[in-house]
Write a protein that binds this ligand. Structure first.
Ligand SMILES: Cc1ncc(COP(=O)(O)O)c(C=O)c1O
Length: 467
């Protein structure tokens, strides 16, 4: 029975699966090409079943000790080899599978920090468009952050600004290919050159785009050099659980050579138990995600990924065309990868997101930042291609409704109202309110620190034991 966390006597298997099915009914649809964030869906029949069978074969295998489970080592090395081949790796390239983009970035930062033991107060240089996980890494690892601005028109940092931000304590320079918010690729070659000239490591965060950019290039898209083939790039990360379409929990972090990777490891022999040697943050880790990724990669294959990228590109172009066809909407960023990002000049973008959700399209609203207006982000996957013709008319209707509704008025509630009252005033009941625009408008108006604190309290409020 849901609500009784540990039943006195065990329940039949079918019953617990039914409970999960019932819980899953409230989730956003993970398949069907109408969700533009969180989930990467290739829309390939049978792929889920394959991944789950592979997952089950290795779920109990422990990555803690690859000598005890050589199957996992072999599969991990295969995934790393595939990523290295795709991303300009050479004969010296090495790498590891991590649990996701955030972990890959944290480990790139750890390797850079511990690779410069003489630097007492390490710092790293990151464009403001870099993923929030860099800030998290800086926070966890005690590395100070020097943020470099991005041009409000190109959404790219300038290599000269990166060069100016590098100082004697800089241990890492980071850039993105592409950055998540707008899908724009940073000038990697120029940034890597200034890092290299200063003798500093350069990490390319290709977590989002590393598995599509090489294929988009093969399809004729003008993709600038961004990978390990670029001199000065010392490491690169790519998430397989994004555009390699594997189940969640798999990213790859590559280093140009083993010496650069060495400080990524953590080893400890000074206790009475086993000597712990970990390449990644977790120690015990399931073989499930790695086996699932192994199966998915080898089943889709190079030609399969090319075909998926082609479908995605077609979807990106059609979605962008639909946006350009609606009066008052404007693409915020050029189409350089698999993101379509747009804003509304004459009506409320958060109301538009609600109107799209009411029509079954789940987009990701982004708050205003600096000179950039609030926007709608679409991470486009291959599964969108067959649905794309339905998007244009729905977008036009949603825009018309948003225009007619007018801007959302800020709820007359102060942000320091105690959380339960604040949530009630914003229409939160058992779940999210039907309309998120008032909440988004409030958060958009709040300074980032207030927004962070509020959302931490909100999550804390949700994350409580079900007894
Ligand atoms: C460019 C980029 N880097 C890092 C991450 C973090 O990845 P994860 O959510 O897998 O930790 C993301 C996630 O969207 C991303 O787009």
């Amino acid at each position: 029975m849901i609500g009784m966390s540990l039943p006195k006597d065990g329940l039949p298997a079918e019953q617990v699966l039914d409970e999960i099915r019932a819980l899953r009914a409230a989730d956003r649809p993970t398949h069907g090409g109408r969700l533009f964030a969180y989930v990467y869906d290739p829309g390939l029949d049978g792929l889920d079943e394959l991944a789950m069978s592979a997952y089950a074969l290795a779920a109990h295998v422990n990555g803690l000790d690859p000598t005890a489970f050589p199957s996992l080592l072999a599969m991990e090395n295969t995934l790393v080899g595939a990523a290295a081949t795709l991303l300009g790796g050479g004969p010296d390239t090495v790498g590891n599978v991590t649990s996701g983009g955030t972990e890959s970035l944290m480990l790139a930062v750890k390797a850079a920090r511990d690779g410069a033991p003489g630097v007492e107060r390490p710092r790293m240089v990151v464009p403001v468009t870099g993923h929030a996980a860099f800030t998290k890494a800086a926070h966890y690892l005690g590395v100070a952050l020097d943020l470099v601005p991005a041009s409000p028109s190109t959404l790219r940092p300038a290599a000269e600004d990166v060069a100016a931000a590098i100082g004697p304590d800089t241990v890492l320079v980071a850039c993105s290919a592409p950055a998540y918010a707008h899908g724009v690729v940073d000038p990697v070659a120029e940034i890597a050159a200034v890092a290299s000239a200063a003798g500093v490591r350069c990490h390319v965060d290709a977590c989002f785009g590393g598995w599509t950019l090489p294929y988009l290039r093969r399809l004729g898209v003008d993709v600038p050099p961004f990978d390990l083939s670029v001199p000065g790039v010392t490491s690169i990360s790519v998430d397989l659980h994004k555009y390699a379409y594997t189940p969640k929990g798999v990213s790859v972090l590559l280093h140009r050579d083993a010496e650069l990777r060495r400080p990524q490891y953590f080893a400890y022999a000074g206790w009475p138990g086993y000597t712990m040697v970990n390449p990644v943050i977790s120690s015990t880790r399931s073989g499930g995600p790695i086996a699932a990724a192994y199966a998915v990669l080898r089943h889709i294959g190079d030609s399969g990924y090319l075909a998926l990228a082609s479908r995605t590109l077609e979807a990106v172009r059609s979605l962008a065309l639909a946006v350009s066809g609606v009066e008052g909407l404007r693409l915020l960023a050029p189409l350089e990868s698999t993101v379509v990002c747009f804003t509304a000049d004459s009506f409320d973008v958060f109301v538009l997101a609600d109107e799209l959700a009411a029509r079954g399209w789940h987009t990701q609203p982004q708050f205003a930042y600096g000179e950039l207006p609030a926007s709608i982000h679409l991470s486009v996957t291959a599964s969108v291609a067959p649905r794309v013709a339905e998007f244009g008319p729905d977008l036009a209707a949603a825009a018309q409704a948003a225009r007619a509704a007018g801007p959302v008025s800020l709820p007359s509630v102060s942000l320091d109202t105690p959380l339960p009252e604040l949530l009630a005033a914003l229409g939160f009941g058992a779940g999210l309110p039907d309309r998120m625009a008032p909440v988004n408008a409030l958060l958009n108006a709040a300074p980032p620190e207030v927004r962070e604190a509020l959302l931490v309290d909100f999550l804390g409020h949700l994350q409580r034991p079900a007894l």
